[in-house]
Structure formats: C-alpha cells, structure tokens
Design a protein around this ligand. Structure first.
Ligand SMILES: Cc1ncc(COP(=O)(O)O)c(C=O)c1O
Length: 290
C-alpha cells in the first residue's frame, strides 16, 4: 500500500485503513443491510452537519436500526478523524449496519446484536472541468430516499458512464429525469431553476437542499421542484449536478450533445456560475465579505 493509512473508528475502537477488519457475519457485508453518510469539511469545518445527521436519523429509522451513538459521540469521532488527516478539505464517511449476529439469516436479529459502526475520512480533490454525462434507465429500487449502502445499480451506471468516456450517468424513469448515480440534477429552463422533487425516487441531497434554501432566501432565481422530461433536459439552457464532494458541477455534454446554445454552449452557464459563487460564500463564510 503506497498511500498513507487513514484513521478509522470501528465499533468503539480506533485503527486505520490498513488494519481495520470487519466480521464476515456483519449484515452490511452479507446483505448490504445498512446506511451511510458522507459529510464534507472545508478548511477543517464540517459543512451541513445538522442536515447530514438528520438524514442519517431518517435513514436509520426507515430501516429499523436504533441510533447507535449520541450526537456528542459522533462529534468526538469526527474531531479525531479530521485531526488525523492532512488535507484542507476532507470527507467523513460513516456507515451503520445491522451488526453481526452469529448466523446468516434474512430475518433481523434482536436487540442483543449491536449495530456495526464505522467512520473514516479521506481528502476531497478538486473537480477539473465540466461533466459529460450519459442518460440511462434508472434500475434502482423504489426507496431511493434511504441512503442505503446497497449501491450496485449506482455503481453499474457510473461505470457505464466512465466506459463511454463520461463522468456521470443521469438516471431516467418513465421518461423523467431523477438524478445522477451519485449526484442530484438541476436544469435552468426558461429562466427557472428546475430539479426533481424529494420523495422515494431520489435521494434528498444535502447540497441540493442547502442550495435551494440559499436560492430562495436570497431570491436568486425562481425555483420549480418538479420532474424534468428527458426531452426538456436536452433543450435546457443550463444543467448542473450537486453533491457534498462536488458542490455545483456544470454539465457540458449530454449523450454527446453540448448543453445550452450560443456563447455558453458546452460551458458553465451564467446562472450556474452565479449560484456557484453564492454557494462558495456559504461554504467559506470567513472568506466572504457578504
Ligand atoms: C444517489 C445520490 N443522489 C444525490 C447525492 C448527493 O447528495 P449530497 O448532496 O447529500 O452529497 C448522492 C450523494 O452521494 C447520491 O448518492
């Protein structure tokens, strides 16, 4: 292993990415029976922490796992993880599984089995350039609002995009655009900012929510939370993706066709750039004079 090992919290113990070992009976490993979060920290400061912890609670409740730790315990883990990594911007990865009962069984174990808890950290790299995306049928289940560790359809979609020389797959269900394989999607259409509504078909992205709050608070552009048809997406003036590690990521090409027209064709458009500026100020309030 060439990279420096990163710290890992695992079921009450501290180890690192070289030494951490999970039981083969852990239900996360056997069934994908667990949920996760990715929480970014910019310049050492966790961003959107309350929102991420609230989503974790919703995911845990949705699959019937009791909260394994209190907020102070989590905070102590995050502090130690961030202290253990030498990078200006980093992402905490945490996951909670239904634990490791003695026997593999579809039926859930009782309370005597404690949840499996793991948290680690990695640097967030800079994004170079705009995203080229492909569209694909959405092959996921009907509870995409749960941040489940079952990500097989997402990984297959992302892999297909990469194999076609692109960056992300945009998932389409019944002719309507849901989101990316690991991102939410926004389009600028006739001067309005349009994005899929939250519900069982998409993940309620934290970046998505923070951006919408910002846009509404500062009255930057009119918002329309409704599904976009695939044909409207192809005609959109601007398109961008959001996620905790990618912020606002302009889409410059969809299925080989440039996004937008005129001077902005195939480049980040003016609304995307304006929203990104406001979002960067939210991320780095100490650098902002606003
Ligand atoms: C399917 C999906 N949608 C959207 C997102 C973006 O969510 P967030 O902004 O909370 O990172 C992710 C992030 O991993 C995701 O996996």
């Amino acid at each position: 292993m060439t990279n420096k090992p990163r710290p890992v919290y695992l079921n009450g113990e501290w180890c690192d990415t070289d030494t951490a070992r999970v039981s083969v009976l852990d239900r996360g490993y056997l069934f994908g029976d667990g949920v996760y979060e990715v929480i970014p920290a910019f310049a050492g400061r966790l961003f959107g922490l309350d929102e991420h912890m609230a989503r974790l609670s919703r995911s845990l409740e949705a699959i019937g796992i009791a909260e394994p730790l209190g907020r102070d315990d989590w905070q102590a883990i995050f502090d130690r993880l961030l202290a253990g990594i030498d990078a200006p911007d980093a992402a905490i990865y945490l996951q909670v599984t239904r634990g490791a009962p003695e026997k593999r069984d579809h039926a859930w174990p009782g309370d005597e089995v404690s949840p499996g808890v793991m948290a680690t950290v990695s640097p967030i790299g800079a994004i170079a350039g705009g995203a080229r995306v492909i569209t694909l049928p959405d092959a996921r289940w009907a509870r995409c609002d749960i941040k489940s560790i079952n990500l097989l359809p997402n990984t297959m979609a992302r892999q297909q995009a990469l194999e076609q020389g692109c960056d992300e797959a945009v998932l389409v269900r019944d002719g309507l655009v849901m989101e990316g394989a690991a991102t939410n999607l926004f389009a600028v259409i006739n001067g309005r900012l349009v994005t899929a509504p939250t519900g069982p078909r998409i993940l309620a992205g934290i970046t998505r929510g923070l951006l919408l709050d910002l846009v509404r608070d500062e009255r930057l552009v009119e918002v329309d939370e409704s599904f976009i048809t695939i044909s409207a997406l192809r005609e959109a003036d601007e398109v961008f993706l959001t996620s905790s590690t990618k912020d606002l990521w302009p889409v410059v090409e969809i299925d080989g066709q440039p996004v937008g027209s005129g001077a902005h064709s195939g480049r980040a458009g003016p609304v995307t750039r304006q929203l990104d500026q406001h979002f960067q100020a939210l991320k780095h309030p100490q650098r902002s004079s606003r």
